[in-house]
Design a protein around this ligand. Structure first.
Ligand code: G3I
Ligand code: 9MR
Length: 554
């Protein structure tokens, strides 16, 4: 079951890992009264194991409260509640605060997970791959602040640009919701919404990753090798900025152009940022146009330069999607025709859900932003993007209500890979949520909720895949901050990568079955790591569903 609970009028489904259910009963946990008796809805065979699963539907129970579901001698407690996803939305965003580098994480904001500052990054070297006339190899630069990327301690422009882009796209849809959200971070009492404050902490770092001379953007800031599982304060390896790349420049340009618009209302807290961001964006874009083939390829880099770099690659061999996203954001921030032309030239033929390596959807979200004023030609173009998004959505939801977990996600072996719970399950949900906003058709939103139910427990392993939430959640994520802090529980609010039959980490997995190929051990970075882009997807879907609150009692 969804271990967090259900909105009063939300569809409520549980799945039993066996084929025979005569009937199930729901009791009010407080009064002790029986409130509902149900029969199974349908049974469905797993595509990968011999399990036949039974679906139970208790959507008819709508009164807020605490209940117990009893079936085949087992029982489980659950909640029906307004704002049931609020704690998830808040915790998901708060996770970014815990990822902050270069400052102490204080007890008043972090409780038991407070820690000392690490990685000041005020003495970073220009790697030979990043050398330029003004900054020869070995030049010392300061590149402070920003978030740790994931379970590791490095900072990658592609991934952090994408993550902010996704969250800020959602921010623009629900301004009211985000202006009220408080997650207890150091900036919570200023005039800026907490989400933007948190983004600013990383945007500030990103600005330091641009070469002031030519506008190019370094791909990442990293140690040559991954650090061990030690506290940030104990890390001593030299850090470098490495090669400028076209994808880093464009993700940077896109997110700066987007931020220029969003921060314009918050000059009081961030004076001058908006203007600086736009200048930086245009410079980075111009650099990308001059270096359209400057892909980041770590193997090639290591053949030419020392020290060799072994950390995360975030490599890519196509930049049309990044060009499209950046040109679109720049068009909406400047109104310049050249960006419009470029966006239309690079536009996708079909809709694909967003991911760190595929930013088409972020550009599409910019064009489809509700309330955006478009001239007639632009409106026609936006409509063509909308048509594709809806085609995608219709295909995704087809037959979902007959599947083992009653969800569009999780029915194809291709749904399970490194980071799939975010990059596929959540981002499919985000796309369906947009389909709902564009049409008002409930069926899209219902299916977005179904994917949320999936990660919160209605799935093949029975895990609620977010740390610190639910009754059975990951305790040993591949997360250096959680592993090195001497606190038993992992830092809360993180979505793990999820089932991954690729099993690239050599950890011991219980099975090869795609949807059960998950193990809650620290060494499993291919199924049990955390990452900012994955949490960005969680922020996006949890906040949207909570902001819409369509299934709450009105
Ligand atoms: O995209 C395809 C998908 O279309 C296909 O269906 C699926 C099935 O095989 O594969 C997908 O590709 C996978 C890709 O992740 C998805 O984005 C690759 O197999 C997989 O190897 C790749 O893993 C990436 C991993 O680094 C290894 O390069 C993850 O995306 C990426 O999130 C992860 O990022 C690391 C950073 O490098 C370092 N910091 C930690 C971070 C998280 O693990
Ligand atoms: O901890 C690293 C994780 O963040 C990356 O996603 C992963 C893949 O690049 O690599 C992890 O580091 C492992 C390294 O690749 C191999 N030796 C063991 C490291 C983890 O302990």
């Amino acid at each position: 079951m969804n271990q967090l609970g259900y909105y009063p009028n939300q569809e409520k489904i549980a799945v039993v890992d066996s084929g025979k259910v005569e009937e199930f009963v729901i009791w009010d946990a407080v009064s002790g009264e029986q409130v509902f008796v149900g029969k199974s809805l349908y049974t469905a065979k797993s595509a990968w194991s011999d399990k036949t699963r039974t679906t139970l539907d208790f959507s008819a129970v709508t009164t807020p409260g605490k209940y117990i579901l009893k079936v085949n001698g087992a029982s489980v407690t659950f909640l029906i509640k307004d704002s049931v996803l609020s704690p998830l939305a808040d915790a998901a965003l708060k996770s970014f605060y815990y990822q902050r580098t270069a400052m102490p994480i204080e007890e008043q904001y972090a409780g038991q997970w407070h820690r000392m500052a690490g990685h000041p990054d005020n003495h970073v070297l220009i790697h030979p791959s990043a050398a330029s006339p003004d900054r020869p190899a070995g030049t010392i630069v300061s590149s402070s602040k920003g978030w740790y990327d994931a379970g590791d301690y490095n900072k990658y422009i592609v991934n952090s640009g994408y993550s902010i882009g996704l969250m800020q796209s959602i921010y623009q849809l629900f301004l009211d919701y985000f202006s009220r959200q408080k997650i207890n971070i150091p900036e919570s009492n200023n005039h800026t919404p907490d989400l933007l404050d948190e983004m600013q902490f990383n945007l500030d770092w990103m600005l330091t990753m641009q070469d002031p001379e030519d506008g190019g953007v370094y791909h990442k800031l990293t140690t040559p090798f991954f650090e061990g599982f030690v506290k940030p304060v104990d890390c001593k390896q030299q850090r470098y900025v490495v090669q400028k790349s076209v994808t880093a420049a464009l993700d940077f340009a896109a997110v700066m152009a987007q931020s220029c618009r969003l921060f314009a209302s918050y000059e009081e807290d961030y004076p001058g940022f908006s203007k600086r961001a736009l200048l930086a964006a245009e410079k980075a874009y111009a650099w990308a146009e001059k270096h359209p083939e400057a892909y980041y390829n770590q193997n090639l880099l290591n053949q030419k330069y020392q020290p060799a770099i072994a950390t995360g690659e975030y490599g890519d061999t196509h930049a049309d999607d990044e060009f499209f996203w950046a040109a679109s954001e720049l068009y909406f921030s400047t109104g310049k025709e050249i960006y419009r032309e470029e966006a239309i030239k690079k536009a996708p033929q079909i809709y694909t859900a967003p991911g760190w390596g595929n930013t088409f959807a972020l550009g599409i979200f910019a064009w489809l932003q509700p309330g955006r004023e478009l001239n007639e030609a632009d409106r026609r173009f936006a409509d063509s993007l909308k048509t594709e998004l809806l085609k995608y959505a219709d295909k995704v939801i087809e037959g979902a209500e007959q599947t083992p977990f009653h969800a569009p996600y999780g029915n194809d072996a291709k749904d399970f890979f490194w980071g799939c719970l975010a990059e596929k399950c959540m981002n499919q949900g985000v796309s369906l949520m947009y389909a709902y906003l564009l049409t008002g058709k409930d069926v899209y939103l219902t299916n977005a909720y179904r994917n949320m139910d999936y990660i919160l427990g209605r799935n093949a392993t029975g895990f609620c895949y977010v740390t610190g939430l639910g009754t059975k959640s990951p305790k040993h994520p591949h997360h250096r901050l959680s592993a090195s802090d001497d606190i038993e529980d992992p830092i809360p609010g993180f979505l793990v990568g999820g089932p991954n039959p690729g099993q690239q980490d050599g950890a011991f997995y219980p099975t090869a079955s795609p949807d059960e190929s998950y193990v809650d051990t620290e060494d499993s970075y291919a199924s049990n790591e955390v990452a900012i882009n994955w949490n960005a997807a969680l922020v996006a879907l949890a906040s949207s569903l909570d902001a819409l609150a369509v299934y709450s009692v009105k």
